[in-house]
Design a protein around this ligand. Structure first.
Ligand SMILES: [Zn+2]
Length: 249
């Protein structure tokens, strides 16, 4: 029997962008934990989308997620979502760590996929921290814990959005090219995310890229110069993130 894969990501659509290779090829072996519900507090996000509230926008994003997962044959019972607003994950690190820990103990996955720590989005970095910390806690008890993998996301390169590779070289990168029908299926899943098309358009469909995650120091700025979320003014400076990270660790 194949062992389970746990995908821990911040937002509805991150699972498809980062882990389409797993969702396409082993849909029944995947469990997915979203660390936010995708609904930010700031009205400009859900207001632009024509939603009446943050909650209504989150409900819409969950419906998009369910539709996208149906494309892969991933069932609703394989999905869980924490009641954390979009952009608030870093302010909820103790909850994230506890919830990821609970899933590791319950499911005992062989592999966990998550975001790299690259200053792209504070929720992505918070999720990466929670996964690294939860696995370290298992290992401190003498348990092996799953293999921690990370997929390419996005970060600032020369001040611009960059999504075609990792921030810096660490462990060997595995490139998984998608066959044409697979890329078409991934596209069909991404098309379900009507509210996210502007961001999704900035990612290439293939290949998928992942590597064994390096051990991060989440209190150190991931790169010199402004981070992508600082450039885009997502409500955090790195110093804010480092303070909550240090408190949680
Ligand atoms: Zn995301």
């Amino acid at each position: 029997m194949q062992q389970e894969t746990l995908i821990v990501v911040a937002h509805p659509d991150d699972e498809t962008l980062g882990c389409a290779h797993e969702l396409l090829r082993r849909p029944d072996q995947c469990r997915i934990l979203h660390t936010t519900d995708g609904g930010p507090f700031e009205e400009r996000f859900w207001g632009q989308a024509g939603a009446a509230s943050r909650e209504e926008y989150a409900v819409r994003r969950r419906a998009e997620l369910l539709a996208a997962m149906r494309v892969f044959g991933v069932e609703e019972r394989q999905l869980e979502m924490l009641p954390v607003p979009d952009r608030e994950a870093a302010r909820q690190l103790p909850l994230l760590i506890a919830e990821v820990s609970a899933r590791l103990r319950a499911f005992q996955p062989a592999v966990v996929y998550t975001h790299p720590f690259e200053g792209g989005h504070p929720d992505h970095d918070a999720t990466a921290l929670a996964v690294q910390r939860a696995i370290a806690m298992l290992q401190a008890e003498g348990l092996a814990g799953p293999e921690r993998r990370e997929f390419t996301g996005y970060h600032a390169r020369n001040g611009e959005f960059y999504s075609d590779g990792f921030l810096y070289e660490a462990n060997a990168v595995v490139q998984v090219p998608l066959a044409k029908p697979e890329a078409a299926q991934k596209k069909a899943a991404l098309d379900c995310y009507a509210s996210q098309q502007r961001v999704i358009a900035r990612f290439s469909l293939s290949p998928q890229r992942w590597r064994i995650a390096p051990l991060y120091d989440f209190t150190m700025r991931p790169h010199a110069g402004p981070l992508y979320y600082e450039i885009r003014k997502m409500g955090y400076r790195f110093e804010d993130f480092a303070a909550v990270a240090a408190a949680a660790l």
